[in-house]
Ligand binder design. Sequence first.
Ligand code: FAD
Length: 548
Amino acid sequence: MNTKQRILIIGGVAGGASCAARTRRQSESAEIIIFDRGSFVSFANCGLPYYVGDVITDEKKLLVANTELFKHRFNIEVRLEHEVLEIDRDAREISVKDLNSGQVYRERYDALVLAPGASPLRPPLPGIDLPGIFALRTIPDSRRIREWIVERQVKQAVIVGGGFIGLEMAENLVKRGIAVTLLEMLPQVMPPLDPEMVTPVHDRLTAHGVQLRLGDGVTGFEQTSEGTLVVSTKSGEKHPADLVILGIGVRPETKLAKDAGLDIGDRGGIRVNEQMRTNDEHIWAVGDAVEVRDWVTGEWMLIPLAGPANRQGRVAADAICGRDTRFRGVQGTTVCGVFGLIVAATGASEKTLKRVGMAYEKVYLHPGHHVGYYPGAKPIDMKLLFSPQEGRILGAQAVGEEGVEKRMDVIAMALQNRATVFDLEEAELCYAPQFGAAKDPVNLAGMVAVNVLRGDAPIIHWDKLAEDETLLLDVREIGEFEAGHVEGALNIPLTQLRDRVHELPKDQKIAVYCQVGQRAYYATRALRLQGFDAHNLTGGFKTYKAVQ
Ligand code: FAD
C-alpha cells in the first residue's frame, strides 16, 4: 500500500492493538492512531484475576506494551485517556474527548476500526451500586479490589457467576485466605461445557472450601450497619460478604456504532463481514464488540475471547491494506484452571447441538494423560461430539489435572479444518512415556468414535438406559462391583466372561459397562463376535456417576 492513509483505531487492547501493529507491518506510510479512554494500552486483562490473587505481584508485568514502545517500535501514536464520543460517517471524522483537559476535538479518518470491547453486566438489582461490589475488566478495577481486600481485611467474599472469570477469581481469593461463596444461576459452572462434564469441577471447588450454590440467582444486595454486605438469592438464602465480585458476563460496547447507524445483529453485537468490515465501507470492527459466526452451527454469536479478538484485528488490518484475508469464525476454544483442574472445550456442546437441532453422536472416555507405567499419570475425562453420518467433529470437552489443553488444542485444530473422527484415529502425535501414549487420548477418542460409526462397538448412553429392556452387564472385578455398581446389574468379570457366556441371553440387548469403558469395549467385541447384541455403555461407571 503506497498512498498515505489515516487509520484511526478505537480501543487499544486485544483487538485494537493487534490491528494497529499488523497494519504497520502491511504499510510503512499509513498514519495510525489508537485512542483508548483507559490509562493503559495493550494490557493483559486475562492476567487480572492472578494479580488480585497475588500470583502476579508486579503490576507492570500486566503491561504487554506501552505508548513509547508503540511509538518507537511501530511508529504508532497512542492517545490514552482519550474517549471517542461520536463517529460522523458523512465527514469521515470522529470526535474525541481528552479526559484530562476536557477538550473535545475532531479527527479525520480514511479507515476507522472499532475495538471497544465489552463491558461487564451489572443487572439493575437492588443495591447493585453499593460499595464493595466489583466487576473486573481493567487494571484500575483489579487495583481497587486489591485495596479493598487489604483496607477492609476481607474475610468472606461472594462471587456471582460461575464462568471462567468467576472460577479464576474463586481460586485467587481462596489463595488469599478469603472464604468464598460462589453463586450460579444455572445448575452448573463453566456453561460452555455440558453439565455432566463439570461434576469434577463442582467437587474440586467444594473440596477447596468454596460454598457452591448452583441454580440460585441473586435478587439483591444490602449493606449492614458495620458496612459489610448481604447478598440475597431467589431461594431465600442470605450470604454475608465483605466483598462481592460480579462475573456474570459481558455486553458488547456498541453505543458508538449504534449512534452512527451501523448494523447491529440480533445478539446485540456489531455486524461485520468475513473481513471484519461493517456496513460502512470505511469502518471495521473487531473483538468482543462484534458478532461472529459460530464455526460449527453457522449461527451469529457473541464469543468474547482474546484469541479471536487478536485474529480479527489482524484480519481487519489486512483488509484495510488491501489483502483478501478472511476470518473463519469462532469455535469457542476455551480453557480455565481451577484448583489444579484444567477445564477445556472447543466447538459446540451437546446443549448447543440440541438447541439448534443438529444431529450428533457422542462418546465419553477417561484415558490417562500419559502411559500408566510412567509415574504420575492423571486421568482426563473427555467427551467428543461428532456427526452420526460422516463423523465430522462438532465439539469436544475435557477435564483433568494434566495434558487437558493439549488434547483440546489438537481437536480444535482438527475441528477448524472440518476433520472427522477418522482423522483423529489416524492423527500422528507426540509420544514418549512422560508426555502421552502411543495411542494418545486424541487417537483414543477417534478410535472409540469410529468403532461406533463402523458398528464394531455400538454404544448406549446412560441417560437412555431406562428406555430399553436391556440386560445390564458389569464386567469389572468382583471387588470393584461390590464397592459400588448400578442397581440390577449382573457381574461377570471380563476375565471370566468367555467361560460364563452361557449365562447371557442371545435374544436380549446387553449393555456392558466397566469403570471407564475399555474393558467393556473388549467384552462388547467378544460378545458381538459370538452373536450377542452387546453395546458398550459409553464412559463406563465413571460417567454414570457424573450423570446421576
Ligand atoms: P478490550 O480488550 O476490552 O479492549 C477494549 C478497549 O477499548 C478498552 O481498553 C476500552 O477502554 C476501550 N474503549 C471502549 N470504548 C472506547 C471509546 N469510546 N473511546 C476510547 N476507548 C474506548 N479471554 C481469553 O481468551 N482467555 C482468558 O483467559 C481470558 N481471561 C480474561 C480475564 C478477565 C478478567 C477479563 C476481563 C477478560 C478475559 N478474557 C479472556 C477476555 C479477553 O480479555 C477479551 O475477549 C479481549 O480482551 C477482547 O478484546 P477487545 O479488543 O475486543 O476489547
